[in-house]
Design a protein around this ligand. Structure first.
Ligand code: B12
Ligand code: SF4
Length: 451
């Protein structure tokens, strides 16, 4: 029988005789945070595998309005939103940063109360981690768990745990697993811990979002994992070394289920959504159109690969209901890039195809990398002007140095911050590698150039 676990979302089946597992997405500690269809997809994937393997799983997402009595800012366009925040003392590394530091998400005391109300205690707690510089949330929730249930085993995994494994091992009193949960080593470890075989062969099922996030105005989808490009500043290959396309029919089933539950906003979390178009997003969108589903909004908060934006691709994106498109331009120094993902001709063609397909200017935005080690301001200014000429909105993607990437070595050499020792200093908001350092004057100057 289901134990009395109030205030937590459950994925529960009478048939499942396995242990009771609680998954947690901790708070964000940062200078700024906005919910741009943010969801702990890695944890959802893991909970889905566990459920399919016979466990009963529950979720506490500190970044989701789980309880009606929490004051939460109203939803904005397409289900995006601000988070509630509480200012907290700034870590000592940031004395020179004239910005306030905050904890975003559910009130800490309410989370504590909700956890204490769970009886009996879970058999296992899983904590996910996302940005490397968000690890304080993991520390705080882990301390809370240890205080409430000192004997319950806890596993921490995810992006921070993978990229900063040694750091995590040093500071967290928990089992730390690095890499995808699908790796043989992780699969074995988890199977041993739960006393069941972790079943990966049927894949995961993202339709569980409707149970785990019953009131949410959006859901996330993913057709492909990994990225074949390997850019110097990106950790994609370190996080998932291959490239894998899920069955578009499975993804369509997830989408249809969530759509029937009333969700109309869907964000793709793929690193490389358009790679392998013919076998993944292409047929997926054909199916959306064929079924006559019209009132749906698709969003790609991660940059799309412009080189794949042929006429036909753009036509389908438009027809199927894409509303927010971000293009991965990064720089206009086409001859001497830190990646090999785009030429001028490909850019020009891709953008023209988007406009011909009927996209409006305000649906399109281009990411420009800002604050890379040794980057000149002129390069960024040129890119901003270049993008504006196409009538598209430029967005600065403030550089976050990431361990295990090619660019990290150079970043460490130029940054005044201890990037190797302290993941907090990877925070994009402090402009860790920008030679003039962060100031409000500089920020306003760049903002003015963007408008
Ligand atoms: C989607 C995404 C976003 C989304 C939101 C993410 C979110 N949930 O909040 C958006 C678009 C908003 C975003 C924004 C940014 N992002 Co981003 N994003 C991603 C992306 C593409 C996918 C993450 C994902 O969900 N993957 C799919 C899931 C299935 O994989 P996973 O999370 O790794 O989970 C697996 C394992 O980690 C493990 N696992 C996960 N949890 C757990 C838990 C346990 C217990 C266990 C055992 C295992 C486990 O098993 C899972 C299944 O295999 C990653 C790149 C990537 N390939 O991961 C970048 C990435 C995380 N982002 C990155 C960056 C740089 C940014 C930005 C700074 C970009 C910018 N310059 O503006 C901003 C920062 C936003 C902020 N507020 O600070 C960096 C990380 C930076 C860092 N220092 O940590 C990444 C790695 C990309 C890169 N360039 O290398 N991002
Ligand atoms: S193309 Fe994008 S996801 Fe792929 S490696 Fe480069 S930055 Fe990362």
């Amino acid at each position: 029988m289901l134990p009395k676990w109030p205030k937590i979302t459950w994925l529960y089946s009478n048939k499942n005789k396995g242990p009771y597992i609680l998954g947690i997405n901790p708070w964000i500690y940062d200078f700024a945070a906005f919910n741009l269809w943010s969801r702990p997809l890695g944890l959802i994937v893991l909970l889905s595998y566990l459920y399919k393997s016979g466990a009963n799983v529950a979720l506490l997402d500190c970044m989701y309005r789980m309880w009606q009595d929490v004051n939460w800012p109203n939803s904005q366009i397409y289900g995006t939103s601000h988070y509630p925040r509480v200012y907290v003392p700034k870590p000592c590394f940031f004395e020179d940063i004239p910005r306030r530091f905050a904890r975003y998400g559910l009130p800490l005391e309410m989370v504590k109360k909700a956890l204490k109300a769970l009886s009996p205690s879970p058999d296992l707690v899983l904590i996910t981690s996302i940005m490397t510089y968000w690890y304080p949330g993991v520390v705080v929730i882990l301390n809370l768990i240890k205080e409430i249930w000192p004997r319950v085993p806890v596993i921490v995994g995810g992006i921070y745990a993978t990229l900063c494994f040694e750091h995590a091992q040093k500071i967290l009193d928990a089992h730390i697993l690095k890499g995808p949960v699908e790796s043989e080593e992780n699969q074995r470890f988890i199977s041993n811990k739960i006393g069941l075989d972790l079943n990966l062969k049927d894949g995961f099922d993202l339709s569980i979002q409707s149970d785990l996030y019953p009131e949410s105005p959006f859901a996330v989808l993913m057709l492909n994992r990994g990225c074949p490009f390997g850019c110097d500043y990106c950790a994609s290959k370190e996080l998932f070394s291959g490239f894998f396309t899920r069955s578009y029919e499975d993804v369509f089933r997830e989408f249809e289920h969530l759509y029937k539950k009333g969700i109309r906003n869907f964000a793709f979390y793929d690193d490389a959504l358009l790679v392998n178009w013919q076998n993944s997003v292409g047929p997926f969108l054909e199916k959306v159109i064929e079924k006559g589903i019209k009132d749906v909004n698709f969003h790609v908060p991660n940059g799309l690969h412009v080189r794949f934006l042929s006429k036909e691709v753009c036509r389908l994106l438009k027809k199927a209901g894409f509303k927010t498109i971000r293009l991965g331009l990064e720089t206009v120094n086409f001859k001497n890039r830190w990646d090999k993902k785009l030429t001028y001709e490909e850019w020009d063609m891709g953008v023209k195809n988007l406009f011909s397909a009927g996209f409006e200017k305000d649906q399109l935005g281009a990411y420009i990398l800002f604050g890379l080690p040794e980057q000149e301001d002129k390069e960024v200014v040129d890119a901003i002007n270049f993008v504006k000429k196409y009538g598209i909105r430029p967005h600065l993607a403030y550089y976050s140095p990431i361990p295990k990437t090619k660019m990290f070595e150079l970043a460490k050499r130029v940054s005044p911050y201890p990037l190797e020792e302290e993941p907090l200093t990877h925070n994009r908001s402090i402009w860790p590698c920008y030679k003039k350092r962060f100031s409000w004057e500089e920020r306003s100057r760049w903002r003015a150039l963007l408008s």
